[in-house]
Design a protein around this ligand. Structure first.
Ligand code: ZN
Length: 543
C-alpha cells in the first residue's frame, strides 16, 4: 500500500436523504465503479457532490434495483460518455427497460414544455436531461446476473447479488475486493424489503462483511405491524363506497401496483365487500401494465411460496374480474365523468407526475372520495404536501381544495422498518467492522446510527456527500460537512429545510447565484449578439 489509498469508497448521493442514490468505489488505483446512479426525486435538502471522475472513467455500474431513485440517471451517465457494463439481475434489467424509457419520455416532454415557455420569454432552449435514444442505448450495456452466484468481473473484483425482497429483482450486493494480499468484503444493502410482503420473498441474509452500507428509509420508525393491508383496504373501500365516493390511489407503477392487484384479487375472490362485490378497479397506467407483464414472466425463484402456489394452480395472482386497464389519455380522462364508486390506481406514486395529478384535480375537492397513499412520500412532493394535511394544493395551475379523506396503507411498505433493518443486520455471522448509513432522511439516519452503535456495538456513521473512506486501513480519508440547498420551495414544512435556510449564509447564496448565472451564459454560446450584449450591459451595471 505504501501510503497510497487504493481501495476507497466515496459517498455521493442519498446521503441524509432518500433519493438520488449513487456511491463511488475505487476498487483498485484509478479504477472505478459506481453502485446505483439514481435520480433525485422531490426537494433535496442537501447538495450532492457530482461524480469526481468523468463518466468515461467509470468501468462498471452495480445496480441494486430498478427504482428510478437508484437507476434513473443511468442514461445521463451514458450521455456523458459511460460505455462500461451495468450488472444487475435479469428482472431489474427487464424493469429498467420500461422505467428508463418512461423516465426519458418525462425528460423529453418536460424539456419540450419548458422550451415553449422559453421561446415566449426569449430565453435559450434547454435540452432534456436525456432522451429515449440514450435510454435505449443504456439498456445495451446491461449484463443480467443470477442471485447467489459469485461473478468475477475484473481483476480483484467479484460480486454477488442476494434477494433483498424490496422489488422484483432487487438485491443486496457483496463486492469481494482484493488488492495485493489484502481482501475486503464491502456489502451494499440496497433497499431492504419488508417481511411478509405479497409476491416477493423476505430479505435473504448476507453472512459476512468487513463493511456495510445500509439504507435507513425507515431507520427511525416501526411499521404498524398490527395492520392487515387487506382488512384495511376493505375498510377504506367500504366506507368510501357508502359515501358514494371513489378511492384514488397514487401508486408506483412497478412493485406497489402489482401488490395492490394481489390484494384486490384476494378481496374479490373472497367476496370481502359484499355490498359492492362488482366494484371496478381501473389501472390507469400503461407502464403498470407493462410492469405487470414482467412480473408474470419472471423467474419464479423471485416469488414467494404463496404466489408460486397460485400460479401452480393455474390462476393469475395479479388479475381478477372487474380489473380494467386504460391505454390512452382520453380513456383516462373519461374515468372522471363516470361518478360511480370505483378504485383508480394511477401512476405517480408521489404525485409529482403521471396521470394521478389529473385524477387528484378531479377528486381531491370532493369529501366523498378517499386518496389512499401506499408508499413513502418524499419531502417536498405533492404527495407529501397532501399527506401532511394541506388544505389546498395547486395542480396544473388551479387551486384545488383538499376535502377528500386522506389515508395511508401502512402494511404495504416495500421497506423494512427499524426492527427489520436491525434483524437483517443480525443475520450476519461475521459482522461488519464499520457500518455506513445512507438512503434515509436526517432523523432516520441518526436514529438508526444510534441503535447500531448502542445495541449492536458497531462503529457506524451516516456520512454527508463527498466523504470518503479507506477500505484497507479502515479510516476516514475525508469527512464533509453538509451543504444545504439554496432557493428551497416554501411550504415543505420540513424542519431541516428551515435549519438549512438559517445556516446558509448570504455569502454562499451570492456565490451560488453568480455560478448559476455563469452557467446560463455558457449555455448561451451561439446566441444572437444583441442578446448577449444586452446581458453584458446588465452585468456591468451590477459591477
Ligand atoms: Zn427502492
Amino acid at each position: 500500500m505504501k501510503g497510497v489509498v487504493t481501495v476507497k469508497i466515496t459517498f455521493l448521493g442519498a446521503t441524509h436523504e432518500v433519493t438520488g442514490s449513487y456511491t463511488l468505489l475505487e476498487w483498485m488505483e484509478g479504477r472505478y465503479l459506481i453502485v446505483d446512479y439514481g435520480m433525485t426525486q422531490g426537494d433535496d435538502d442537501y447538495v450532492n457532490e457530482p461524480l469526481p471522475v468523468s463518466a468515461e472513467k467509470i468501468e462498471y455500474v452495480l445496480l441494486t434495483h430498478a427504482h428510478i431513485d437508484h437507476s434513473g440517471n443511468l442514461p445521463l451517465l451514458y450521455r456523458n460518455g459511460f460505455r462500461g457494463t451495468i450488472y444487475c439481475t435479469a428482472e431489474t434489467m427487464n424493469l429498467c427497460t420500461i422505467m428508463l424509457a418512461d423516465s426519458a419520455h418525462i425528460q423529453e416532454s418536460e424539456a419540450l414544455s419548458q422550451n415553449k415557455k422559453n421561446q415566449r420569454a426569449g430565453r435559450p432552449e434547454v435540452e432534456p436531461l436525456y432522451t429515449a435514444e440514450d435510454a435505449a442505448a443504456t439498456m445495451k450495456l446491461f449484463q443480467p446476473c443470477h442471485y447467489d452466484k459469485i461473478y468475477q468481473i475484473d481483476e480483484g473484483l467479484s460480486i454477488r447479488f442476494t434477494d433483498i425482497g424490496h422489488l422484483l429483482g432487487s438485491a443486496s450486493i457483496e463486492c469481494f475486493l482484493r488488492e495485493g494480499n489484502e481482501e475486503r468484503t464491502m456489502v451494499f444493502s440496497g433497499d431492504v424489503g419488508n417481511i411478509n410482503q405479497p409476491i416477493l420473498n423476505d430479505p435473504k441474509p448476507v453472512r459476512a462483511a468487513d463493511y456495510l452500507m445500509i439504507e435507513a428509509t425507515y431507520g427511525g420508525r416501526l411499521h404498524n405491524i398490527q395492520e392487515d393491508p387487506v382488512a384495511k383496504l376493505v375498510d377504506i373501500l367500504s366506507r368510501t363506497f357508502k359515501r358514494g365516493g371513489s378511492v384514488i390511489i397514487p401508486s408506483f407503477a412497478v412493485g406497489r401496483t402489482q401488490e395492490l392487484l394481489y390484494f384486490f384479487r384476494e378481496i374479490k375472490k373472497n367476496g370481502l365487500i359484499p355490498e359492492y362485490p362488482d366494484f371496478p378497479v381501473y389501472l390507469d397506467s400503461p407502464m403498470a401494465n407493462e410492469a405487470t407483464a414482467v412480473f408474470l414472466q419472471c423467474d419464479t425463484s423471485c416469488l414467494d411460496d404463496e404466489t408460486k402456489k397460485i400460479m401452480l394452480e393455474g390462476d393469475n395472482p395479479i388479475w381478477f374480474d372487474g380489473l380494467q386497464t386504460t391505454t390512452d389519455s382520453n380513456e383516462s380522462k373519461a374515468l372522471n365523468s363516470n361518478t360511480l364508486p370505483k378504485v383508480i390506481i394511477a401512476s405517480g406514486g408521489m404525485c409529482e407526475g403521471g396521470r394521478i395529478r389529473h385524477h387528484l384535480k378531479h377528486n381531491l375537492w370532493n369529501a366523498a372520495n378517499t386518496i389512499l397513499f401506499v408508499g413513502y412520500q418524499s419531502a417536498g412532493t405533492l404527495g407529501r404536501i397532501i399527506y401532511d394535511g394541506a388544505k389546498e394544493v395547486k395542480i396544473y395551475g388551479d387551486t384545488i381544495e383538499v376535502k377528500a379523506e386522506v389515508e395511508l396503507l401502512n402494511g404495504v411498505s416495500g421497506h423494512a422498518d427499524q426492527a427489520g433493518l436491525l434483524n437483517w443486520l443480525d443475520m450476519f455471522d461475521r459482522k461488519p467492522s464499520y457500518v455506513f448509513i445512507n438512503h434515509g432522511d436526517h432523523d432516520s439516519c441518526t436514529a438508526l446510527e444510534e441503535k447500531i452503535k448502542t445495541e449492536k456495538g458497531l462503529s457506524c456513521l451516516a456520512p454527508y456527500s463527498g466523504s470518503s473512506f479507506d477500505l484497507i486501513r479502515g479510516e476516514w480519508i475525508k469527512l464533509t460537512a453538509p451543504v444545504f440547498q439554496s432557493g428551497k420551495k416554501e411550504g415543505t414544512q420540513n424542519r431541516i429545510v428551515k435549519r438549512a435556510k438559517k445556516e446558509l449564509n448570504a455569502y454562499q447564496e451570492a456565490v451560488t447565484a453568480a455560478e448559476e448565472l455563469l452557467e446560463r451564459i455558457r449555455n448561451m454560446k451561439g446566441h444572437a449578439n444583441h442578446e448577449l450584449r444586452q446581458l453584458t450591459q446588465k452585468i456591468q451595471m451590477i459591477k
